[in-house]
Design a binder for this molecule. Structure first.
Ligand code: SF4
Length: 515
């Protein structure tokens, strides 16, 4: 039985005094919700409208945390989608709330979804009435206005939503343009944030330094849907740090996909240290870490540093479009201060064009990084996450197939030979990665698969039985797709021309030796 979380700074409004009641659902565990800045941002932004009350729910807490009410008592049920594997949880939560999971069999409440996964809304399009695509802040005013003015009939509300830029309504089938916040300084930011004892960022104030990333690595959804990178100014960041201090926060978790791309990143971290905060940093680009950051890490007594080199192979770096030199990673591992006790690395396997030689290079690099880091202290740990390549929509590598499962297992077994004290390997299971790829590249046929998996009681083996019926999506996942053909998710326009993706794909395939 889930115990009601102990929290501070949540919002509790009188539901009978507002015009619009929203249940905001994180379709996974509470600890994930409490560490998601995006989820918290939507929660506080919705509550900033006087006519709106927003309450939270999660997978294990399907009654709202604030009032303990079932979701069907709300006008809108809104899901935050961060992982494709959470899609079945969306169906489960809707059904457990006593509602019909299919949008066609449901009148009220309206079910809305937002978050990075909505860049391809199709797999959930039979269940969700409207998708918010892109930054919520950019759509919020129009969305709230529409929901407030159409509290009666569903169809007029959906038609009005479909005319809102950044909202996709499956019943209308409107093409839409992904929305981005242009200026972070003038956009809403939640201070305080819900404080709880659960989750990796428990008791932290999450501070978003910048949003998006301009590197445009060929495999990265964010690198294509959230570019260019937009920075919060040092002045605004200082204001937010001061405001959070007044609420008693003692630790800051900096959030950014391209942390060191921010021109004032190190200065702002030092500012936080001077204010008496302890700090946690996001993943760092090894080739951007300079002496100044190294001394800041020491001064801040930072314990964990995360780096995502993806691969050791020069060839595969070109395929992925992420070319961080191995020497930069080795230098970093050897120069981290003694305060850093854990080095986390992210590697990708099954990259198009990968050979045994490339895998061998990965193993050698991990061993060298391990030795360089361990020289700084015998008790230090290296944690390596090894994830299969998953083609993502709207990226140049969207045209590639998911790697062969049998071959993937062989590659992962090769990694298992790496054994050393203080070295931990973590794998994303190839079958789970395959399901993720299926949902990433899913068309309308993937929606029916979700229903079948759900009806079969979410048994993992049900996935592989059900997937066979989605011929078009399975073909894309197993064989890749023709860059000349139109793809289902192109109903969402990201602003990156199709020609650009095709060109980058062609270059990547050339680097992979496939042309
Ligand atoms: S992988 Fe990292 S560096 Fe590359 S585009 Fe994505 S966020 Fe940016």
């Amino acid at each position: 039985m889930f115990k009601r979380p102990v929290e501070r700074f949540f919002v509790k409004k009188n539901l009978s005094r507002v015009s619009l009641r929203v249940a905001l659902v994180y379709p996974n565990l509470y600890r994930g919700a409490s560490s998601s800045l995006g989820y918290q941002l939507v929660y506080f932004l919705l509550n900033s409208y006087p006519e709106v009350a927003c309450e939270r729910a999660t997978l294990e807490w399907p009654l709202t945390i604030e009032s303990g009410l079932p979701l069907k008592r709300f006008d809108v049920v809104a899901f935050s989608l961060y992982y494709e594997l959470d899609y079945v949880n969306v169906l489960r939560i809707i059904r457990e709330s006593g509602l019909n999971p299919r949008r066609s069999g449901r009148d009220r409440p309206l079910v809305i979804a937002g978050g990075p996964c909505t860049a391809n809304p199709y797999p959930l399009s039979e269940y969700v009435d409207a998708f918010v695509v892109g930054c919520f802040e950019a759509v919020a005013d129009r969305l709230v206005e529409t929901l407030l003015s159409h509290s009666g009939e569903k169809r007029p509300c959906l038609e009005s939503l479909a005319s809102t830029p950044g909202v996709f309504v499956p019943e209308v089938g409107n093409p839409t343009v992904l929305q981005r916040v242009a200026n972070l300084d003038s956009s809403f930011y939640p201070v305080p944030q819900v404080l709880s004892q659960e989750g990796p960022f428990s008791s932290c104030f999450m501070l978003e330094l910048s949003r998006g990333c301009s590197w445009g690595c060929n495999f990265c959804l964010l690198g294509y849907t959230q570019r260019p990178r937009r920075d919060r100014s040092a002045r605004r960041l200082a204001e937010l740090l001061e405001e959070a201090k007044r609420y008693g926060y003692e630790k800051v978790a900096f959030i950014s996909s391209d942390f060191l791309g921010h021109p004032d990143a190190v200065r702002v971290v030092n500012m936080a240290l001077e204010m008496g905060y302890s700090i946690s940093l996001p993943s760092l680009r090894a080739d951007a870490v300079g002496d100044e950051l190294i001394s800041t890490l020491e001064r801040g007594r930072v314990r964990t540093v995360t780096v995502a080199p993806e691969t050791a192979s020069k060839k595969l770096k070109r395929v992925l479009g992420k070319e961080i030199k191995n020497e930069a990673l080795l230098n970093l591992a050897g120069s981290l201060p003694k305060t850093v006790s854990t080095l986390k690395l992210y590697f990708m396997v099954g990259v198009p064009g990968e050979t045994k030689e490339d895998v061998k290079q990965n193993l050698e690099l991990i061993s060298r990084v391990y030795r360089a880091f361990k020289k700084g202290g015998a008790g230090r740990r290296v944690v390596v996450s090894i994830n299969p390549f998953i083609p993502k929509p709207h990226t140049p590598l969207q045209y590639c197939p998911f790697p062969n499962l049998e071959r993937l297992r062989g590659v992962l077994n090769a990694f298992r030979e790496l054994r050393a004290p203080g070295l931990t390997l973590r794998f994303l299971h190839p079958k789970r990665a395959f399901i993720q790829a299926f949902l990433s590249l899913g068309g309308l046929d993937a929606a029916e698969v979700l229903a079948r998996v759900f009806e079969s009681g979410l048994n993992p083996s049900a996935w592989f039985k059900a997937i066979g019926s989605a011929l078009e999506t399975v073909k894309r996942v197993r064989e890749g797709c023709n860059p000349e053909e139109e793809l289902p998710w192109e109903i969402v326009e990201t602003g990156i021309p199709r020609e650009h993706l095709r060109l980058r794909f062609a270059r990547a395939m050339e680097a992979a030796g496939k042309r």
